[in-house]
Design a protein around this ligand. Sequence first.
Ligand code: NAD
Length: 483
Amino acid sequence: MTQQPTASHFINGAYVEDTSGAPIEVIYPATGEVIATVHAATPAIIEQALASAHAAQKAWGQMSGTERGRILRRAADIMRERNHDLSVLETYDTGKPYSETSVADATSGADALEYFGGLAASLTGEHIDLGGDFVYTRREPLGLCAGIGAWNYPTQIACWKGAPALACGNALVFKPSETTPLSALKVAEILHEAGLPAGLYNVIQGMGEVGHSLITDDRVAKVSLTGSVPTGRKVYAAAAEGIRAVTMELGGKSPMVIFDDADVENAVSGIILGNFYSSGQVCSNGTRVFVQEGIKDAIITRLAERLENAKLGDPLDPETTFGPMVSARQREIVEGYITKGQEEGATLVAGGTRPDKPGFWLTPAIFSDVTDDMTIAREEIFGPVVSILSFKTEEEALARANATEFGLAAGVFTADITRAHRMCAGFEAGTTYINTYNLAPVEAPFGGMKLSGVGRENSKAAIEHYSQIKSVYVGMGDVEAPF
Ligand code: NAD
């Protein structure tokens, strides 16, 4: 295996171990083998991380944006140079095939470091003329931020939170998911190699309780979570106690609407990208695929044909295009939904079976004849399961697409350009797509409406969520007082 992190935590610029913390086994999902053990942060480790971040933040916040940005851009270069090793580690951590991790994980993390590194020098306030007196605003860091990650994109999440936080002059204590604890440590290592002063980016391990201790600490000004809606509710409520700022990147049950005039090959490619990439473990997946009646059979037939080309195999083989689920538990959850789909009357057209291999494999599944009330059409499955529903009119498709408590993403495939824009204007979702699906470039805001979240990651919009504005009123004349 590629170079592993050398200890469980990264605090104040160095690896730190405390074996008295509960052991957490890291399992390679492709084989079920234990490849590493880390230890959950003890109260002493949590305190060390928070104290070092708190102490380091002020001087970092007072540095110029140009200096901060230079360090982030250097880190981006190191990440790109090490992309191969980082991708192999990510594959061990998550089970995702190297064909994905080598183009979508460390590379996307590097994009975030480069983008926010480039933006850091241009963060400014404004001048407001009052005809004599004037006000200027200062864009200031929030202070100490806590980040909590999900297991599907460990490197990306560590960078999507770290890069804007650091660019704005904050310090971060990041807790990765207990299922995939390794990659964030490498991000910390690289940032410090690039010149980040000690204490500004700390990684500590643990389950939900460790996350809870971070978000309830008085020194923490902001919490950014990537996770499920139930966890989001708890984290948001705990953060509210201290009136802390939050970013919530939560789950979804996103719709994809395919009209009769759509290009079948492109629409099927969209369904594949939006349901089977990362074995379906992507928050923005378009898992409710509404297909207009005239094109439905063609879409299902072509999708089933193309799924036969999915190559399940050694995730480290660059030819492999479909990996295992992240854990035994996640596979059981997904299998439960597949059973439920059949019980409630949907037709399992393909997949949903366990191949005869060790590890947590599950073949990509297609359900047709799905109706809006079925459990598989309402709840987030977070696995390789697509539901095909049919519709007649545009109005009907939009109303049904929006009839969900979630609002993360939505997509439309059509040759009619005005209809495409009408649909996107009507979608109740934070990230929408026309004739493509599931791309998340760092330049574009990403995040959810409704239960899918609060705030946005990426783009200039993220700056608003990692900084605050201070007004400075400047009196230019005598002070008038009533007595
Ligand atoms: P999860 O909610 O189980 O856990 C997320 C993180 O929260 C983990 O690090 C966990 O340890 C921590 N946590 C759990 N309880 C906590 C508590 N009470 N206080 C503080 N921290 C706590 O999610 P998961 O299973 O790791 O990830 C899958 C979910 O994440 C899916 O719902 C998916 O849609 C969502 N997700 C969203 C995005 C997005 O950008 N919107 C991206 C990836 C994943």
